[in-house]
Design a protein around this ligand. Sequence first.
Ligand SMILES: Nc1ncnc2c1ncn2[C@@H]1O[C@H](COP(=O)(O)OP(=O)(O)OP(=O)(O)O)[C@@H](O)[C@H]1O
Length: 240
Amino acid sequence: MTSRIEIQDLDFVIEGKQVLHRLSLSLSERRIGVVGRNGSGKSTLARLVAGLTAPTAGKIRINGHDLAKDRRRALQEVGILFQNPEHQIIFPTVGEEIAFGLEQQGYGKAEAASATASVLERFNLGHWKQTYVNTLSQGQKHLVCLMSVVAMAPRLLVLDEPFAGLDIPTKAQLNRYLRLYQGSLLHITHDPSDLAGYEHLIWLDQGRVQLAGPQAEVMSVYQEAMHIQGKADDLAHLSG
Ligand SMILES: Nc1ncnc2c1ncn2[C@@H]1O[C@H](COP(=O)(O)OP(=O)(O)OP(=O)(O)O)[C@@H](O)[C@H]1O
């Protein structure tokens, strides 16, 4: 069940700043990584793919749909996991948080409750149903967000640095789960090891695609370039 992401001549401008320039991509791989320096436009791309924002110009279609115009459809097609769980969680308890997304998708209360129970069981966290989210650690809140999106079973899961601040076992646990995820993943990360085994990689630089293609090939060119830029930054810093 792979997803098709079609982007044509997409521009995105916010507060007078052009963040993405004439982006064109046609993607149907199941595992896609996105890398690039801070501010290169990765999170902006994630929000556009999820239909949370509309392009200034150009076109974006996910499985043929314009998700910015069809929120109901967007909930079926794409789930997004943000870097900061505080931006995602709105309900006091874990159970309510997970059930909410399902109700948004059209589940009745009873159906949503049973699907919530089953996702909690899948993660061996049945006892979290009544737990107050504000009593959980940052990593545990991440897990709540992940459970909420996977419960909705979107065809495409967009991950915007989902492992920031997670301890090694929690990250390993999330990674194991994501490896088994049946749908497509679009995964933004600064850590190349998160993308081991991925098929495709997009390298964004200053709002443009610098390079895109098979993951291993693009990654080695990207890492080499980052290594060189890292050295240059040090020298600039020293000479300043
Ligand atoms: N709401 C906004 N208002 C003004 N500028 C914005 C807004 N959203 C994004 N930008 C600008 O767009 C550029 C790209 O931001 P974006 O968050 O997409 O980058 P990123 O590649 O995800 O960065 P990072 O790796 O640091 O998370 C940045 O220069 C940012 O300041």
